[in-house]
Design a protein around this ligand. Structure first.
Ligand code: ATP
Length: 614
């Protein structure tokens, strides 16, 4: 469903040029005003010289050729030479300035987008896919920075040139100007029409190209599944369909391009023909100078270049408008969870934390009448109450969907309660900064994420200034050191994208070492449900015990061993605590926990005996 919505949005090509959208975008780009102004001034210079050149030709014809004299030719040549030098410098400056604006603009917009993505809450990511966000930050940004830098500058050039041409032509001969220019207006609209068609076809080629790349990638990564399900023929059919559509769009784009240029040339020739005819008559009957006549012809021929340029830029602006809208919507999105103004004033924000922020959490946590529902979802917690003492390990057990992860998400302030409050060390956590809380929390997920880089980089991720000794000590503590040392490059081994070069168990051990190095006061562990062999499980269990020592911890528990040693086990059912106590107390109660425990005990015995026979 999400994919369909995204595609609809991708397809959105705003028909009319909406100045309001561009103005909004420029609000975020105020620091580029001066750079754009300078580029605009340089471009006025370039266009000015383009306007002056036919005047120079006129002067040369009327004063040197017609009069058959070389008097003053030296000075003329010098001025001509200086003008050319000036133009060469101008062109160099303009290309440099536009290139600079393009790269800085892309950097600036990406920075704004990335900063916002870092601030946005989990609820935002619930509704936006990675692919959508990537496209915003890459292709949309590239398109916008290109159109704003080169497009707007070209527009200035085209406008100044057209105004200059018409002004000079009108000054010399109104009638001849109107006749020569009679084809310009139709040509402009034809230009916009064709450019739009061409861009639309290319857009569709690009979209289908992404689809085909995805088809290829799925074909490769899903090769085994395809073979076992005998899907080859179906897959080929789907691929042929996409590739065929792409070919048709590309042919359509080529057809429009091939029509556009001949039309411009033909209409341009009609305009030039008219200028030749009327201008020629004026030379014979009305005494129009030869120089002026040649100047008119040159202006008429050259006029079509800025016209088609303007048409292309306007079409591109319309096309890029959807990108502008999407980028604005991303940059403007306010995070659902953010510190209040008085909190920011006291502790600073995510990017500029004040000294006061770095106070360590002691570790007492209380849920006070907490009610919570996900956006558009049912209530998951209703008047939930819980008090945890400093240093305790709390295990949360219960059926899938009962609300265990929601409880830990609320503790981490990835989401906030709709009503009620969560108190940390006796104070509502909204009175303190997000940074304070989250820099005091260690969170190890079911499937821990490792970042591309070395094992060492990953262990140091939460404390960049950790020494090699600290890294190694942490790895030893969680039993990761041995397997790391067996790798050819040891701690300098690249883990691959998302830790792809390591097994799930190894990734977990590294994520525990990472948690130990960061030394958080609160620790949250969403245990893996995936079955791992008993040996790895033992290693992970002992790692968990090391990490939990001396910290207030929450474990969404699936393994018996963690559950048994927890200070308090909470059985969660439909967002409510139905049983609470330590292992012994709950076993005596013979309720849900007792059944869970005895069932798992049986499963474990079976697993162990299978491993012995294997
Ligand atoms: N991001 C979300 N948006 C909307 N609803 C959600 C979201 N995450 C969880 N839910 C819903 O909230 C309820 C509680 O989910 P939660 O993930 O807390 O359960 P859980 O006990 O941790 O389950 P499991 O053991 O399967 O991880 C479920 O009904 C689930 O569908």
């Amino acid at each position: 469903m999400a994919r369909i919505e995204e595609n609809l949005e991708e397809n959105k090509v705003t028909q009319k040029l909406n100045i309001g959208i561009w103005r909004k975008l420029f609000k975020y780009l105020t620091e580029f005003k001066n750079a754009l102004l300078i580029a605009g001034i340089i471009m006025i210079g370039v266009a000015g010289i383009d306007v002056v050149m036919p005047l120079m030709t006129k002067y040369a014809i009327d004063n040197f050729i017609i009069k058959s004299t070389t008097k003053g030719l030296g000075l003329f040549a010098l001025v001509y030479f200086l003008i050319i030098i000036f133009q060469v410098i101008n062109v160099r400056l303009f290309i440099r300035q536009a290139g600079k604006i393009e790269t800085h603009l892309a950097y600036h917009i990406r920075k704004l987008g990335f900063k916002r993505l870092q601030q946005l809450s989990f609820s935002y990511y619930d509704n936006s896919s990675v692919g959508w966000l990537m496209a915003r930050m890459t292709s949309d940004v590239a398109r916008l920075s290109e159109i704003i830098s080169w497009g707007l500058i070209d527009m200035v050039w085209a406008l100044v040139m057209m105004i200059g041409f018409i002004g000079i032509m009108l000054y010399h001969d109104v009638k001849l100007t109107l006749i020569s220019m009679s084809v310009v207006l139709p040509l402009f609209f034809i230009g916009v029409f064709f450019q739009k068609k061409i861009l639309k076809s290319y857009r569709s080629v690009r979209k289908l190209n992404s689809q085909i790349t995805a088809d290829f990638s799925e074909g490769v990564s899903g090769a085994k599944t395809t073979k076992t399900l005998v899907r080859e023929e179906e897959n080929l059919k789907e691929f042929k369909h996409d590739a065929g559509s792409m070919r048709n769009s590309a042919v359509r784009a080529a057809m429009f391009s091939s029509l556009f240029l001949p039309i411009v040339i033909s209409m341009g020739s009609i305009g030039t023909g008219l200028a030749l005819w009327v201008g020629g008559n004026s030379v014979i009957t009305l005494g129009l100078s030869y120089g002026t006549f040649v100047m008119f012809i040159t202006y008429t021929i050259q006029f079509f270049e800025p016209v088609s340029q303007l048409a292309a830029t306007i079409a591109e602006l319309q096309n890029a408008q959807a990108s502008a809208e999407r980028i604005i919507s991303l940059i403007k999105t306010e995070p659902d969870i953010w510190d209040k103004e008085d909190v920011i004033a006291k502790y600073g924000d995510l990017f500029h934390a004040k000294e006061e922020n770095w106070e360590k959490i002691k570790g007492e946590i209380q849920f006070k009448d907490v009610c919570f529902a996900y956006k558009n979802g049912e209530k998951v917690l209703n008047n939930f109450n819980l008090k945890i003492k400093k240093g305790q390990t709390i295990a949360l057990v219960g059926e899938t969907g009962s609300g265990k992860s929601t409880i830990v998400n609320l503790i981490c302030r990835f989401y906030e309660p709709n009503s009620g409050g969560i108190l940390i060390d006796g104070k509502d956590y909204r009175e303190r900064s997000l940074l304070w809380l989250q820099s005091n929390i260690g969170y190890v997920l079911q499937s821990p994420h490792l970042f591309s880089g070395t094992i060492k980089d990953n262990i140091k991720y939460g404390k960049l200034d950790a020494t090699e000794v600290e890294v190694e000590r942490a790895a030893k503590l969680v039993n990761a050191h041995n397997f790391i040392m067996k790798l050819e490059k040891g701690y300098d081994t690249e883990v691959g994208e998302g830790g792809g070069n390591l097994s799930t168990g190894e990734k977990q051990l590294i994520s525990f070492a990472r948690a130990i190095v960061a030394d958080p006061a609160l620790f949250v562990l969403d245990e893996a449900t995936s079955s791992i062999d008993t040996e790895t499980e033992r290693m992970i269990q002992s790692a968990i015990e090391k990490v939990l020592e001396g910290r207030t911890s929450f474990v969404v528990a699936h393994r018996l061993s963690t559950i048994v040693s927890a200070d308090k086990i909470l059985v969660i059912r439909k967002g409510k605590i139905t049983e609470a106590g330590n292992h012994r107390e709950l076993i005596m109660r013979k309720g849900y926990y007792y059944n869970l425990y005895t069932n798992q005990l049986l499963e474990d015995k079976e697993k162990e005996s299978k491993e012995v026979f294997a």
